[in-house]
Ligand binder design. Structure first.
Ligand code: ATP
Length: 895
């Protein structure tokens, strides 16, 4: 019965294939003939065997695209460019040498065979002499120099991508030039009796025919016609090119002039600063005078609340418009206001308005004398003007009211000029459209129309599918379309919200960088009424994307490493720095990487906030993070308390009351600036401190909006243990740069898509309205540095905004420590001391981890160890040095 084994359902092979009852009966014949049986068995197996799952093999790339890709590759282009370039040089020298050597070489060439010529004078040798003889004398005469120009242009195009032209167009024009020049020179030299035909045989014989046929008059008219054609076809582009070069040179000169102006401005500022310093050293009499003047301006005396209203009425038209939606400006970045001039004018207004105290008035120097700008000037200077009316840097306390310090926003010239016009090769666009149409048709999806919108890095192809097409079907074709276009960054939006179309985004071959300057100078940004406008970049339709951080109200930024997060954070910070004065805005910067925000340390006095006693305002030390977050929670609670007492629902109402003099500063009321907390590498914090960080961040995110505190967290690890449920729930506004997987994209945006971005600032923004793809504005480190330098050069007396003392929670003070007295040793003191000395490392964060204690307790143990001389002082984020050995330690502990 062995022969039946094949059909036994218990044998795996058979079992998998078919159930036994359906098998045909086995014949006697089969049993008798073993070979036959085997054969039959195989046949049956083949018939019944379930098709094995196909192992997916990458489809072999067809030959033609492969060749195309190879031809279009950078290496091939460079090799071709080099070849054309060197050949052009060789040909150029041979042609030039032909003028001096043609007569002698001609007879040599004509009398010998190729390769056998002996005495050749042409610097290009026999080859050069023969090519020059053929092209100049026997073909197109001097017109052949066009070939050299063509070679040079093609070579440069291959090597450096410039000048930009379409190869076919350029070649046709070059041929027209070659023929025309040859004919014209041929006509002009027709009577010359020289050994060389300066118009070549072509110029000579064609002209002889023309003169014979049309006579001299006809020949001259024809010649003029040809010259006209030549100018129209060839030289027009050339003239345009020259004009473009000229314009570029003028623009460069303008930028240089602007730079010089900035330089002068800086020198003037330095001069101003010196004056301030001198002002500190004024004689006592003047000091007294200032003080008495201050007394006269006491803003609130506790008895006459009305007096407070004599303070400047800070213009708050800015707060009058409420709008949650981010601005996607209808104005393209091209449309820019003349705000550079306005900035200057703001300056001039502050400077020229007479201040009550001469020693602090900056040098009244007219900055801009353009009368056209006067009106704008009046509009833009409101804040600063009102400042200058009470301008008194010696005024000891203005209760934080904005405008107490003369302040100038950084000029735009600091930022680099960027691309204004974005364009995509018409050929590329047409080709992509055709490919999309074809791919969709291949999958049985006919479309009615397709239109392209070109963005800085991505082009949106909007298609209208035929009736009856299932949208989901198109959505599933993303990979096929990407393959057919051989492009990255393909994303399908099906359907585009609010439109009856499907969008296919495709990365441009030649992506443009959107400069921060273009965005900051845009009318949309300049005229926005948002309270905390963050200018993020440019949308696919080249509109400026601006959102209001105050409405967001907190922002989560995530993306894989190197995709533009840091640039994005700098863009956010810079756009706030260009709109908010130091009195109106403070940052808390948490930077575990230690390098990202270090540039902003310069503006500590102006824009940063820190906890009492902290050395650095940029928090790089993990130990300080918990304390700072705790301090921010206290600040939030304090603000709420004051808001409650002032019967104000939010910070704007509260600050309005302050400005109107309705609140008593002696009761703790003061103008509160916005606080923006920026946390880079949030994942590091969560990994190290876990709940100790997550809980205060979540608290702030839940409540801090109304009191003007906003949190931005950034992470390159968008996993669920970093972006936890509690964090996600409290950060409705999210930005995703390119991530490595759809899962990461879902973690950030709750949907896939971010994995299909192209990097380098390409991002998706999800902020209450439908998700938007934006090319982030690019701001480079030197630009940030210059902005900070500019701000830092301006005197600002207040110093860093002081946050309240952090609270020591019950859990953190457990374990036998008593308050702030470091003399009373913690219960863990001895154990920790021995551990530190034996391991020779002393870091507060490792203590926290090892003993599962809070920051405050670990910090205090460390301070006690320092006080006992066991460890050295703190050095920023670095571990402390261990000062004693085990023997000394024991004597300290016993003594
Ligand atoms: N908006 C942009 N436009 C053009 N290029 C950009 C843009 N943003 C980033 N890039 C390019 O990408 C590089 C990396 O950007 P960035 O340093 O911001 O990445 P990152 O995500 O912060 O990386 P990491 O997490 O490792 O610090 C930049 O040096 C720059 O060349």
């Amino acid at each position: 019965m062995k022969a039946y084994d094949t059909f036994n359902p218990n044998i795996p092979d058979a079992e998998e294939v078919i159930p036994a009852p359906t098998l045909p009966p086995v014949s006697e014949e089969l049993r008798q003939s073993e070979p036959k049986r085997k054969e039959k068995k195989e046949t049956v197996k083949r018939v019944v065997k379930k098709p094995e799952p196909k192992t997916k093999r990458a489809p072999a790339e067809p030959l033609v695209p492969k060749i195309k890709r190879w031809v279009g590759s950078q290496t091939t282009r460079w090799i071709l460019g080099l070849f054309l370039g060197f050949f052009a040089v060789y040909l150029g020298f041979s042609f030039l040498s032909y003028f001096t050597s043609c007569i002698k070489d001609q007879s040599e060439i004509n009398n010998t065979q190729i390769g056998l010529s002996g005495d050749i004078s042409n610097v290009g040798g026999e080859g050069g002499a023969r090519i020059a003889e053929f092209l100049i004398n026997e073909s197109f005469g001097l017109g052949s120099f066009v070939i050299v120009l063509w070679l040079v242009a093609m070579s440069l195009k291959q090597l450096v991508g410039k000048p930009r032209f379409k190869s076919v167009d350029f070649t046709i024009k070059s041929i027209v030039a070659l023929v025309t020049v040859s004919l014209i020179i041929g006509l002009l030299t027709i009577g010359f009796n020289t050994q060389v035909n300066w118009g070549g045989y072509h110029g000579r014989y064609v002209n002889e025919f023309i003169v014979h046929f049309f006579g001299w008059t006809g020949a001259i008219i024809l010649c003029m016609f040809l010259v006209g054609c030549f100018f129209v076809i060839c030289l027009r582009d050339f003239i345009n090119w020259i004009l473009r070069l000229k314009r570029a040179r003028d623009a460069r000169r303008k930028v240089e002039a602007e730079k010089r102006a900035i330089q002068r401005e800086r020198e003037r500022e330095i001069e101003e600063m010196r004056r301030y310093e001198d002002a500190d050293a004024v004689p006592d009499a003047v000091e007294e005078m200032v003080e008495s003047d201050d007394d006269a301006q006491v803003v609130f005396n506790g008895e006459e609340p009305g007096l407070y209203s004599t303070l400047p009425d800070f213009d708050d038209t800015e707060y009058s418009i409420e709008d949650d939606a981010p601005i996607v400006s209808e104005h393209s970045p091209k449309e820019q206001t003349r705000t550079e001039a306005v900035t200057e004018n703001r300056t001039s207004s502050v400077e020229t308005t007479p201040a009550p105290e001469p020693i602090v008035t900056p040098n009244p120097e007219p900055v801009d004398d353009n009368p056209d700008l006067e009106e704008e000037e009046d509009d833009m200077i409101v804040n600063v003007n009102s400042i200058s009316q009470v301008e008194t840097p010696h005024l000891p306390d203005n209760h934080g009211l904005p405008g107490a310090h003369p302040y100038k926003f950084p000029p735009f010239e600091i930022l680099r000029e960027g691309v204004v016009k974005v364009s995509v090769d018409a050929e590329e666009q047409l080709e992509n459209k055709e490919k999309i149409k074809k791919t969709l048709l291949d999958f049985g999806i006919p479309i009615l129309s397709i239109e392209a919108t070109v963005g800085p890095t991505v082009t949106l192809y909007e298609i209208v599918p035929d009736k009856g097409v299932r949208i989901a079907k198109i959505r599933n074709l993303v990979d096929d379309i990407a393959l057919s276009l051989s492009a990255e960054g393909v994303r399908i939006i099906a359907p585009i919200p609010g439109k009856g179309t499907v969008g296919i985004e495709v990365a441009n071959k030649d992506p443009q960088t959107v400069s921060m300057r273009t965005i900051i100078k845009s009318k949309a940004y300049q005229e926005t009424k948002y309270k905390l406008p963050i200018a993020m970049g440019s949308t696919i339709s080249n509109d400026v994307y601006i959102a209001d951080l105050a409405k967001m109200p907190h922002l989560l930024v995530a993306g894989a490493t190197g995709q533009g997060k840091s640039v994005g954070l700098n863009a956010i910070i810079a756009s706030l720095l260009y709109r908010k004065t130091p009195d109106e805005l403070k940052f808390v910067m948490i930077d575990p990487k230690m390098v990202e925000f270090s540039l902003y340390a310069k503006i500590e006095a102006h824009y940063l906030a820190k906890i009492p006693g902290a050395e650095d305002a940029i928090i790089t030390d993990m130990d300080k993070v918990v304390a700072t977050l705790s301090s921010l929670c206290v600040e939030m609670d304090n603000r709420y308390q004051l808001l409650k007492e002032a019967h104000a629902r939010n910070l704007i109402e509260y600050n309005d009351k302050i400005k109107a003099g309705k609140l008593n500063p002696l009761e703790g009321h003061r103008f509160f600036p916005y606080i923006v907390v920026v946390v880079d590498e949030f994942s590091d914090l969560i990994m190290t401190a876990g709940k100790e960080v997550e809980i205060p961040i979540a608290r702030l995110a839940q409540k801090a909006r109304a009191v003007g505190m906003h949190v931005i967290i950034a992470t390159q690890r968008p996993s669920t243990n970093v972006i936890t449920g509690i964090i996600k729930a409290n950060f409705p506004a999210r930005i995703a740069f390119k991530v490595s997987s759809g899962v990461d994209s879902k973690t950030i945006l709750d949907t896939t898509g971010a994995q299909q971005l192209i990097g380098r600032g390409d991002m998706l923004i999800s902020n209450s309205s439908p998700m938007v793809r934006v090319q982030c504005a690019f701001i480079d480190t030197p630009e940030v540095e210059e902005i900070c330098d500019y701000i830092a050069r301006q005197p600002y007396g207040q110093g860093a905004y002081e946050l309240p003392d952090p609270v020591v929670t019950g859990s953190e003070s457990e374990g036998g420590e008593s308050g702030n007295n470091f003399g009373d040793k913690d219960a863990l003191f001895e154990e920790v001391a021995r551990l530190i000395v034996s391991s020779n490392t002393a870091s507060t964060s490792s203590l926290q981890r090892r003993y599962s204690i809070g920051y405050n307790r670990a910090g205090k143990i460390m301070d006690q160890l320092e006080a006992a001389g066991i460890v050295g002082p703190a050095h920023g984020g670095k571990p402390r040095s261990v000062l004693v050995d085990a023997v000394t330690l024991e004597s300290i502990l016993n003594g």
